[in-house]
Ligand binder design. Structure first.
Ligand code: NAD
Ligand code: DAU
Length: 359
């Protein structure tokens, strides 16, 4: 079986669904269930004998070690993290705790587990660390895309905490021989994404007639990948990635934020037209994110060439699937937008939109 940390979050849950549909091994999800963790994301799997769940904080080494000893996984896929850049700016402490200390505790538990395995089991064991392109910092308009050899230059507390976790994983391979593989992926979107992130926030705000808050001039560029394609890349890397290596994952789909928001509005205009006007009328330019990285872009040639991985979705198809999913799953969105979510929206956008309104 395999252990998936953070499997109740956005990408982790998509990964677990895809894994159980495509692979044989059972899955144990290990998740603390922070505000971003949601068992509704896994509710379709209740009753599946190959699915298990343990509510555990990855910082709790003894609890993780107990699970590894009891379940003897052949692999650990590590998604658990604090993941939202804006939250890392307003409160970095939790990012240091989970992303750095948590990864350290997990590595220690995994090292003890792996060291105690024998022969074939020891050779087959994998620790797959899921990371981000944000560790490479920000690109200028004409810079080449991030490759696996681009120097690390993280700019936000989130990116710095992920960079630190990547370095720890690298060191555990180099020093102890722990069989690790690291992936660095670009921006994901798709079903189950918590509506603090750009795409689901815009879809839900649009449907509620609220402002669509675009940071700065809206010309920051992100390289978008449909979440199912990230999951297929992780499965491929887990199966065939070379030990101690890192693989960049991306869909060669660079877009300016403003164009992403317009694309969402266009799909909504078609699928759920407003009574009057168009969704793009709701766009508002608001105060920028401090230290906002201008551009991310992934050079995926290594994973394409070595592991023969390609994304299945274009942005046009993926964004349509995503908008449709949010239209079809209003119960899910109602449930995630709890009191805590409303407090965050007020804290992050209250002043931004206030300032915008005064201009
Ligand atoms: P998410 O915030 O939706 O989910 C994170 C999950 O981790 C949640 O289920 C949460 O409960 C769990 N978690 C948090 N702290 C924990 C702890 N201390 N112990 C156990 N569980 C804990 O995040 P996501 O967007 O699904 O991202 C998953 C991973 O992929 C992260 O490591 C992130 O850095 C990486 N990543 C994300 C993107 C993206 O676009 N979202 C792109 C590249 C890489
Ligand atoms: O690149 C990979 C990273 O992508 C992941 O490691 C992170 O976990 C994930 O959150 C994401 O980070 P970003 O900061 O790029 O994603 P976010 O959805 O927060 O923002 C995308 C872009 O949209 C960014 O340039 C900021 C902008 N934005 C975001 C929000 C929430 C807005 O203009 N308005 C908004 O309200």
């Amino acid at each position: 079986m395999i252990v998936v940390t953070g499997g109740a979050g956005f990408i982790g849950a998509n990964f677990v669904h895809q894994w159980l549909a495509a692979e044989r091994d059972p899955v144990l999800v290990v998740d603390k269930l922070t505000y971003a963790g949601n068992l509704d994301n896994l509710s379709g799997l209740r009753g599946d004998p190959r699915f298990g769940f343990a509510q555990v904080d990855i910082c709790d080494r003894a609890a993780v070690a107990g699970l590894l000893a009891a379940r003897r996984p052949r692999a650990l896929v590590h998604f658990a993290a604090e993941s939202h850049v804006d939250r890392s700016i307003s409160g970095p402490g939790e990012f240091i705790r989970t992303n750095i200390n948590g990864t350290f505790e997990l590595l220690e538990a995994a090292r003890a587990h792996w060291s105690a395995l024998d022969g074939g089991d020891r050779a087959a064991f994998r620790f797959l660390h899921v990371s981000t392109d944000e560790v490479y910092g920000s690109l200028g308009e004409a810079d080449p895309a991030f490759s696996e050899t681009t120097a690390y230059a993280p700019n936000s507390p989130y990116a710095a905490s992920k960079a630190a976790s990547d370095h720890l994983v690298r060191a555990y391979h180099h020093t102890y021989g722990l069989p690790t593989v690291t992936t660095n992926c670009s921006n994901n979107y798709g079903p189950y994404q918590f509506p603090e992130k750009l795409i689901p926030l815009m879809i839900l705000n649009a449907l509620e007639g609220k402002p669509l808050p675009v940071y700065g001039d809206g010309a920051n560029v992100r390289d978008w990948l449909y979440v199912g394609d990230h999951c297929s890349a992780i499965r491929r890397t887990l199966g065939a990635g070379r030990l101690g290596e890192t693989y960049n994952i991306g869909g060669k789909s660079e877009m300016r934020n403003l164009d992403v928001v317009h694309a969402i509005c266009a799909v909504l205009d078609e699928l759920r037209p407003r009574a009057k006007g168009r969704y793009a009328d709701q766009i508002r330019f608001v105060t920028d994110r401090p230290g906002h990285d201008r551009r991310y872009a992934i050079d995926p040639r290594k994973i394409e060439g070595e592991l023969d991985w390609r994304p299945a979705q274009t942005f046009e198809a993926g964004i349509r699937l995503t908008v449709q999913w949010y239209l079809d799953n209003t119960q899910w969105t109602e449930r995630v937008r709890s009191g805590g979510y409303r407090d965050w929206i007020q804290a992050n956008y209250g002043e931004r939109l206030g300032e915008q309104a005064r201009q």
